[in-house]
Design a protein around this ligand. Structure first.
Ligand code: SER
Length: 627
């Protein structure tokens, strides 16, 4: 079965199970400052898991473009790790739960993909008797094929009890394809948690049923959710009977082209294979990132793209090529991915151009790095120093892309050693940073004070029973602020929530105090799309609040300001007035960004895409992609 067919069949299966088929979110999420790149299918539904968003549907399925750098060291080394990959997923927001999720996953694998049942084994969280029982009694999986593991393996996020983050989380059950004893490490203790290639983790079903608290306790959520993630490339490898993800139909042409371009046979030498796989993975990842407007740079997303390209370039150098070659691979990537991502076709020329100039620039950087290192070593020699400090060595690696081995080689010509421990320490510190930046480490489900309190503001509706026997939950109505600011700049409103600047709830606040106010309806525009929030006043019968900023959180608008007269009270009727002169200036600058964008596309070409913008009353800034 072709990868394109698996993608389509997965979505069709869940469409038939009454799921809304949602397109992949962008790889560069627009409204989620906590992640650089979309790390998982559930990312675009975070608000719905938290009960913050509008619930227009309660079942969804998607094929999500993801990019993670957490496992970067494993890419190429193992058969199934990537930076960029596609995650198939089905989601329930307070709708179905464990039984249906397990039953449907099994049905899809057996009846739609026709994977032989005897090849599949599953794992559960050691305390999740409910899941164990469903597998054993309901599905009929033999007990010796159900493995129980701890929170490091079978909780999502992993080890959340001890490590956090706070917020929704839950045990998971995973489905593995057993390739047989011959493929694995062959040790008696080998099981699905083993790092060897025998068990391919195909599908992770997360039962998002708890809300982790700061003290590490897990409080049951009123609405239980399902978040599943199935690796498309891994599933394709299983279906196509190939040894690694890099041998599937959408990867093989990339590997083949690299193999001939670098004059290195694939499949004869493990070291060469590893490097070819890594280059293939990284070129695919940067192709997708650049297609969405990311340009190589020294910051955030751009830095990830630059690092991926440089790692690939170092692999190519190891394989004795210093020619710019990767840009020639882009059309092949586009060709194999275009059925699912037709937009790539239009962006191809731009991607080729960006990669080519970055490759050429990197060659120059490497030469400059070598020169600088030699200058440094010459100075050290004069001072009689015999060891290059680890931090210093890391700087040459980080800034100029010189690999440690190259640094050591050059140093040895000067009779200088390298502090390798110090280098590794600096490297580890940077990885830690990268993990945090990827978002999976800490902030995926950050729950703030106000969001937590919103739960208390939820208007409870009628009781409803889920498909699962005996489970009841409230059919909640999520509270929201109605935005009136498109039609008027002044309106009546009611104060729904009043808190101090640290988000602690207050009944009243007197003159001089800084406050955050949530209204039932508001003409204040909240900061978004680069336009800063409105300012103005909120007038009560005998008090006045000067609003200095407005921000949106989920379905609510937060007015940040200071009480300047009298005593503001929760529940009061007020009049909310936007500073009109300032808003009109903002609108003009906003309009101007659209004009500028249009003009840039006319003059530079359709690749000139918006990559960010700032609209203040005084000025505008417009970031766009152009090499
Ligand atoms: N969020 C889970 C994962 O990333 C399942 O989709 O594995």
């Amino acid at each position: 079965m072709k990868t394109d067919e698996i993608r389509t069949s997965f979505l069709e299966f869940f469409r038939q199970k009454e799921h809304k088929i949602v397109p992949s979110d962008l790889l560069v999420p627009q409204d989620d400052p906590t992640v650089l790149f979309t790390p998982a299918g559930m990312n675009q539904f975070k608000d719905m898991f938290l009960g913050r968003g509008k619930m227009e549907f309660t079942r969804a399925a998607s094929c999500q473009k993801c990019l993670r750098t957490d496992d970067i060291e494993k890419v190429g080394q193992t058969p199934g790790h990537h930076t960029f990959f596609e995650m198939l997923g089905n989601f329930s927001f307070g709708d179905y739960f464990k039984k249906e999720a397990i039953q449907w996953a099994w049905e899809y694998l057996l009846e739609w993909l026709h994977i032989p049942e005897e090849r599949l084994v599953v794992s559960i969280y050691e305390e999740d008797n409910e899941a164990a029982e469903i597998w054993e009694k309901h599905i009929g999986v033999a007990r010796d094929k159900i493995y129980a593991f701890g929170p490091g393996e079978n909780f999502w996020p992993a080890n959340v009890q001890t490590l956090g983050p706070n917020g929704p989380c839950g045990p998971c059950t995973e489905i593995f394809y057993d390739q047989g004893e011959d493929v694995g490490c062959g040790t008696p203790q080998c099981d699905p948690s083993c790092d060897c290639p025998r068990y391919v983790e195909v599908w992770n079903l997360v039962f998002t049923q708890f809300d982790r608290q700061s003290d590490g306790s897990l409080v049951p959520l009123p609405r239980k959710n399902i978040d599943t993630g199935m690796g498309l490339e891994r599933t394709a490898a299983v279906m196509q009977g190939v040894a690694t993800n890099f041998d599937i139909d959408i990867f093989a042409p990339i590997i083949n082209q690299l193999s001939s371009g670098l004059s290195q046979a694939y499949g004869t030498d493990e070291e060469i294979d590893r490097r070819l796989r890594r280059i293939a993975d990284h070129i695919r990842a940067v192709t997708f990132a650049i297609a969405e407007g990311v340009l190589p740079s020294n910051e955030a997303r751009g830095y990830v793209v630059r690092r991926l390209l440089r790692r690939a370039a170092m692999d190519a150098r190891f394989l004795r090529s210093t020619d710019a070659l990767f840009f020639q691979i882009v059309p092949t990537v586009v060709e194999v991915m275009k059925e699912a991502y037709p937009d790539l076709v239009q962006r191809e020329g731009h991607i080729v151009q960006v990669i080519r100039s970055e490759e050429e620039r990197f060659q120059d950087t490497l030469e400059a790095g070598t020169r600088r290192l030699e200058e440094k070593l010459s100075q050290m020699k004069q001072k009689g120093q015999g060891e290059l400090p680890g931090e210093e060595a890391f700087r040459f690696y980080d800034t100029y892309g010189l690999p440690l081995e190259t640094i050591q080689e050059i140093c040895s010509e000067w009779d200088i050693t390298v502090d390798v421990d110090g280098f590794n320490k600096a490297m580890e510190a940077q990885r830690e940073l990268a993990r945090t930046a990827s978002g999976l480490g800490g902030e995926i489900f950050t729950v703030d004070q106000i969001a937590a309190r919103i739960k208390g503001l939820i208007v409870s509706g009628k009781k409803k029973t889920t498909g699962e026997e005996g489970t009841e939950f409230l059919d909640d109505k999520i509270l929201e602020t109605e935005f009136l600011g498109n039609k008027m700049l002044e309106s009546e409103a009611e104060i729904l929530d009043l808190s101090d600047k640290d988000e602690n709830p207050q009944e009243t606040a007197s003159a001089g105090e800084e406050v955050i106010i949530i209204l039932d309806q508001t003409p204040f525009y909240a900061e978004s799309g680069g336009q800063v929030g409105d300012t103005g006043v909120i007038e009560g019968e005998d008090f006045l609040v000067k609003v200095e900023d407005t921000k949106v959180r989920g379905t609510l608008f937060l007015h940040y300001g200071q009480v300047t007269k009298g005593e503001a009270k929760r529940g009061s009727s007020v009049v909310a007035k936007v500073d009109e002169k300032r808003r009109l200036a903002l609108e003009r600058n906003h309009t101007a960004t659209h004009l500028l964008h249009f003009a840039l596309r006319q003059v530079l070409g359709p690749h000139a895409q918006q990559a960010g913008a700032l609209k203040t009353p005084e000025r505008l800034r417009f970031d766009f992609t152009h090499p």
